[in-house]
Design a protein around this ligand. Structure first.
Ligand SMILES: CC(C)(COP(=O)(O)OP(=O)(O)OC[C@H]1O[C@@H](n2cnc3c(N)ncnc32)[C@H](O)[C@@H]1OP(=O)(O)O)[C@@H](O)C(=O)NCCC(=O)NCCS
Length: 207
């Protein structure tokens, strides 16, 4: 089986609601440093904890090299109105020859709770379907990670099951919840009952 060539960087940047997905820029360093102070984000990628300016720049440089090295698309999630980066999201394509990708996302702590992750995942998934060889996008989410589970559900991903002892994170074997969106199934970028459910959760949340 031959490995398909990765598509070029999109001329029309993926966008949805309040976000646009763009290349990382040098000026995103402060946002990257903020992400590096999060207790979880440094455990799931290559960003060192409490990154220095130089380490944040090196992280940005690595993201800008992901397509050329064949790993996939690493986008900064930017506030569409202000252009300011609020996080990062990746579409990883090392399994493209099998028609599969996986995605990962993080939002800087100060920008959470505004729907940025959900909008970014919708934009990324719509972009994924512009790649003809791609039929399935997967998310691997730790069972305790309610924010990420909700993001996946709100963006129309379906829960497929619990993968026991799936990977090592922070020196320990971890179970993962597997979510997917599949081309041609019912993916519409939202749960069929998403808005109603969301209203209910908000109503139930203590203020
Ligand atoms: C998970 C994460 C990306 C969510 O980003 P965000 O921009 O705040 O998410 P959104 O605003 O789009 O919220 C999506 C849904 O999750 C809910 N949510 C977000 N954080 C939550 C939390 N900590 N607890 C409970 N629900 C949460 C929101 O209320 C929303 O649901 P609703 O629309 O039904 O009300 C962010 O918390 C993060 O970067 N965490 C650390 C990195 C990480 O866990 N990445 C995912 C790895 S799988």
């Amino acid at each position: 089986m031959t490995t398909p060539q990765l598509p070029p960087w999109p001329e029309q940047l993926p966008a949805c609601g309040p976000v646009v997905l763009r290349r990382f820029r040098d000026e995103d360093r402060d946002m990257v440093r903020e992400m590096s102070a999060d207790p979880y984000i440094p455990l799931i990628g290559t960003l060192p904890r409490d990154a220095s300016d130089g380490e944040a720049q090196a992280y940005i440089d690595r993201q800008r090299g992901r397509l050329a090295e064949g790993t996939g698309f690493s986008f900064a999630i930017a506030d569409a109105a202000a252009g300011r980066a609020v996080g990062g999201i990746g579409l990883w394509l090392t399994q493209l020859r099998h028609g599969r990708a996986d995605a990962g996302y993080s939002v800087a702590p100060g920008a959470r709770g505004h729907g940025f992750a959900t909008a970014a995942l919708r934009a990324l998934t719509a972009f994924a379907w512009t790649i003809p060889e791609l039929h399935r996008v997967e998310l691997y989410i730790k069972p305790w990670n309610t924010g990420s589970v909700r993001t996946a559900e709100r963006a129309g991903y379906a829960f497929e099951g619990l993968l026991r002892s799936h990977q090592e994170i922070g020196g320990q074997r971890r179970d993962m919840r597997l979510y997917s969106a599949v081309r041609d199934d019912s993916w519409t970028g939202s749960r069929p009952d998403g808005d109603e459910r969301s209203k209910r959760i908000r109503a139930e949340r203590p203020s």
